[in-house]
Design a binder for this molecule. Structure first.
Ligand code: NAD
Length: 283
């Protein structure tokens, strides 16, 4: 099946990047977020991102203009029209994701695919709670979505294989690398990466090293970003939600237990780059 029209729900860090990628590859893309200010911020970020590509000579003016023409921004659920694919990138909470998809049921065509960008929540749980489970899958992008090439295409128990084929082909069309995996807590990358964040937080809790030193050592040993810098990029609320979800899904395995430092950061509203303050301060 070829995908022409795409709705992206959630205009935050991930949703705005995914919508930009989709529009850059010629899809009629609608970015939806009902929260005040979110859509305007996303529009500014996308316009700034496209201008940056033009300035670096990586995109022509006409292509940037066409990309913006492919995009529609809305904060009104009622304004959404049926689409071939819906990608949700809203808060990392299962009830919210279920509620969102349920509210889109009236514009679901028999062929519409619903894909979740969840980092850690169960695709099977979404399928059990929603109509059309055979057309539900995971499509897990990485941050920043415009640059990162890996996409985990996640199969739930009831996902029709043709849906996975469509998402894999779309990922390739977007010049990204699809990795097919079955639904499992944290899929592949977030499960492997948990140790990177949580061990760094344990070291900090023990007081044996500063976070700057931990980041410095990680980066000097070849990691692109140290764990604290990376958590700030991801968002400390998202990172805590992913830790919590893996902890619960693993039957409370101690190795996945969230750190009290993560909780304190979220309670203080220090969510990372998106709030200009997290482990570090950003201007
Ligand atoms: N941040 C990352 O590095 C990263 C990477 C991969 C996947 N993800 C996943 O992507 C999803 C979004 O993460 P994010 O970092 O973009 O979060 P974010 O906090 O930056 O953005 C979330 C957006 O969703 C909007 N939103 C909340 N409820 C909504 C609803 N019911 N309908 C429409 N919009 C709604 C909010 O207004 C906000 O703009 C999460 O599931 C997360 O696990 C995040």
């Amino acid at each position: 099946m070829s995908v022409y029209s795409i709705i992206v729900c959630g205009a935050g860090t991930m949703g705005s990047g995914i919508a930009q990628v989709s529009a850059m590859h010629g899809h009629q893309t609608t970015l939806f977020d009902p929260f005040p200010g979110a859509i305007e911020k996303a529009r500014r970020n996308i316009e700034g991102g496209l201008q940056g590509l033009v300035d670096k000579g990586k995109m022509s003016h006409p292509d940037a203009r066409q990309t913006l023409q492919n995009l529609t921004f809305t904060d009104q659920l009622e304004a959404l029209m049926p689409a071939d694919l819906v990608i949700e990138a809203i808060v990392e909470q299962l009830p919210a994701k279920i509620q969102l998809f349920a509210s889109l049921d009236s514009i679901r065509k028999p062929s519409t695919i619903w894909a979740s960008n969840t980092s850690s929540l169960s695709i099977n749980a979404l399928q059990h709670a929603l109509p059309g489970p055979e057309r539900i899958a995971g499509m897990h992008f990485f941050n920043p979505a415009v640059l990162m090439r890996l996409v985990e295409v996640v199969s739930g128990q009831l996902t029709d294989p043709s849906v996975l084929d469509t998402l894999r082909d779309l990922t390739l069309q977007w010049k990204k690398i699809p990795v097919l995996c079955k639904d499992a807590p944290g899929f592949i990358v977030n499960r492997v990466a948990r140790a990177y964040y949580l061990e760094a937080l344990h070291i900090l809790e023990e007081g044996s090293c500063t976070m700057e030193s931990i980041d410095h050592i990680a980066e000097a040993s070849g990691f692109k970003m140290g764990p604290f810098r990376l958590m700030d990029l991801i968002g400390n609320d998202i990172n805590l939600a992913v830790s919590q979800s893996l902890y619960e899904a693993s039957g409370f395995a101690p190795r996945f237990q969230p750190s009290s430092i993560q909780l304190a950061k979220v309670q203080a509203g220090e969510l990372g780059r998106k709030t200009a303050k997290g482990y570090y301060t950003y201007s």
